[in-house]
Write a protein that binds this ligand. Structure first.
Ligand code: AMP
Length: 598
């Protein structure tokens, strides 16, 4: 069995880890980074690049650079309106009603974009470990719904990964804590990332991590704080200049970028200058933005958002049946947990110092690797008991929601319900499954409807149909139904709003593997061309300096080599041939250096 990797697929950054001799280790990516920006860039020729390179092109090419895609994973278009302003690329309604992204005239589903990030992590792991990697544990926010979890699993499949387990991010952080400390305590994991906020209360023992309660906000993260600062910067500009900022994509992206940078600086400095020269040009000439933001201003802007996280914390402690005094430690996770105001407020709420012993950017991936180690059998004697974060139920008469599995039930879990027909000889029943806490069905998230057909004809109310609703260890919903009289049990499939058939997934997996291969080839081609271009410049310089000292035949040889190299750089696409040429140019240079004695 190969190594199972643990992946924190983040809104802003992703991180990957594995277990080595019983200890978790972070996988270093191609660029030498411990985390990889979850950003995918597209070039006109169809080439895609992921991570740091893609992030760098964000300001100059905002429409062809996709970031924060996690916000749109497995969500319906009409549920996402509020988030659309957070990104610079267009979000459309895809064929299945889910969100889609349009880049350079082509539509991609969020899971395809996420698959590209996962593919990059998979490749980094393979390079790092020196072996193929096909299995992974992926983390998701505790507040991800069933469709968001399924979309994450699909993204893994498209990337060529068998996703053995999906675990909640705060639970992963708690696993890292258990692994490290192995002491009995009640902990709160406060996870404030780029796109989401989660808090979990766990009871950990030497060998058991039991989630007692989880709360959170799927749509509150660092990007929202950036937006608050961006709006303040835009207002400051308008005040100063008497004209509003244009909503041009490049202007907005520069502003978004500047807002995030200012936010990061304000975590350590008490004020920062935001300077964006030549932001745009209008009738009165070039316009610049130059403003100082103090930490006090920033804190005022984000105070309500931070307060919202505290409301969730209090609720989570209550759900766990505890009082804040009973929390022994608070583990801070996610980049936004570095904000001083956040730390101050969380500390005041729990009335104790915060545990900063873990790197908030890495602890979730480490927990995922530990879960992978548990699946591999490398880590023994640790049990993880997670809970479902939404109630699961069905729609009943009057548009009401009947709760079958209440939130905070330990996973995996199954609930059964018997239903019957309402008219004589009714042949099918339709069941609408939902997740949420509202008593009104339409206020909860619809997971889809299913129909049980071929019910034996009978008087109404006579058929007995047993329906079993399960939530597996990944938090994914499974439904099955059986007509008890006929014994017919129908294979039931929830038509998740963003669901994909096996066939569609397979097609995407194959086309992504092929595209990844060609991206890799294009990268190699670019690298070897760059090497040869450097060699040409070097040889030309050598020719200029040493022309008088070289024999005619050497000069001719050098001319020939340069001609061949220039032609090849322009025309050749053949990486092995170009590599051979580069080796030949090294030899030419060595020979000429020996001739002139340098
Ligand atoms: P994550 O999703 O955990 O990778 O968190 C990413 C978010 O954390 C982004 O919104 C970052 O801007 C934010 N972040 C990272 N470092 C800091 C910092 N030092 N101060 C404030 N926010 C930060």
């Amino acid at each position: 069995m190969g190594t199972i990797i643990g992946i924190d697929l983040g809104t802003t950054n992703s991180c990957c880890a594995f277990m080595e001799r019983g200890e978790p280790r972070i996988i270093i990516n191609e660029e030498g980074g411990r985390t990889t920006p979850s950003v995918v860039g597209f070039a006109k020729d169809g080439e895609r690049f992921v991570g740091e390179v893609a992030k760098r092109q964000l300001v100059v090419n905002p429409e062809a650079t996709v970031y924060a895609i996690k916000r749109f994973m497995g969500r319906r278009y009409r549920e996402c309106r509020a988030d659309m302003g957070l990104v610079s690329y267009p979000i459309l309604e895809g064929a299945t009603g889910e969100c889609a992204v349009e880049v350079l005239g082509r539509q991609y589903s969020p899971r395809e974009i996420s698959a590209l990030v996962l593919q990059k992590l998979k490749k980094a792991a393979e390079d790092f470990l020196g072996e193929p990697v096909t299995e992974a544990v992926i983390t998701v926010p505790a507040y991800f719904t069933d469709s968001q979890r399924q979309a994450t699993r699909d993204a893994g499949t498209i990337a060529g990964l068998d996703v053995l387990r999906i675990i909640n991010e705060p639970t992963a952080a708690a696993l890292a804590y258990v692994h490290d400390r192995r002491k009995a305590s009640t902990i709160a994991v406060y996870d404030f990332g780029g796109g989401t906020f989660d808090v979990s209360i766990l009871r950990v023992d030497r060998d058991v991590a039991e989630v007692k309660a989880t709360r959170g906000d799927n749509q509150l993260g660092g990007a929202d704080l950036d937006r608050m600062l961006l709006e303040w910067l835009a207002a400051a500009f308008a005040r100063e200049n008497g004209v509003p900022l244009p909503t041009d994509k490049v202007v907005m992206q520069r502003l978004r970028d500047a807002a995030e940078r200012a936010k990061l600086e304000l975590s350590t400095a008490s004020s920062t200058d935001v300077a964006l020269p030549f932001l745009f040009v209008d009738a009165s000439g070039p316009r610049h933005l130059q403003v100082t933001v103090t930490r006090a201003i920033f804190e005022e802007l984000i105070a309500d958002a931070v307060e919202r996280t505290l409301v969730e914390c209090r609720a989570a402690v209550r759900d766990a049946g505890l009082a804040v005094e009973q929390i022994d430690e608070v583990v801070m996770v996610g980049g936004s947990s570095r904000i001083p105001l956040v730390q101050e407020r969380v500390k005041a709420l729990f009335r104790r110092p915060l545990n900063k012993g873990f790197n908030p950017d890495e602890v979730v991936a480490i927990g995922a690797a530990i879960q992978a180690g548990m699946l591999e059998g490398d880590i023994k004697g640790v049990t993880l008991l997670d809970v479902t974060n939404f109630s699961l139920g069905i729609e009943v008469a009057g548009g009401r929601f009947a709760r079958l599995i209440p939130k905070n039930t330990t996973l995996p879990t199954v609930a059964r319900r018997q239903v019957s027909t309402v008219v004589d000889n009714q042949r099918s029943v339709k069941i609408h499954i939902l997740q949420g806490e509202s008593e009104r069905a339409r206020e909860n998230v619809s997971l889809g409807e299913f129909e049980l057909n071929n019910i034996q004809p009978a008087a109404r109310g006579l058929p007995r149909i047993d329906i079993s609703f399960g939530i597996d260890a990944n938090g994914i919903v499974e439904v099955s139904a059986k007509d008890t009289r006929s014994g017919i049990s129908e294979a039931l499939r929830i038509d998740a709003p963003a669901g994909m058939s096996k066939q569609e997934l397979l097609q995407l997996t194959e086309s992504h593997a092929a595209a990844a291969h060609s991206d890799e080839e294009a990268k190699k081609l670019r690298a070897i061309r760059k090497t040869i271009e450097g060699q040409i410049v070097g040889l030309e310089g050598f020719q200029r300096i040493h022309q008088g000292e070289l024999h005619r035949s050497d000069l001719d040889g050098l001319d020939q080599a340069l001609k061949r190299a220039r032609m090849a750089v322009l025309k050749s696409q053949d990486v092995p041939n170009l590599t051979e040429l580069s080796t030949y140019l090294v030899r030419v240079q060595q020979h000429l250096k020996a001739r002139v004695g340098v």
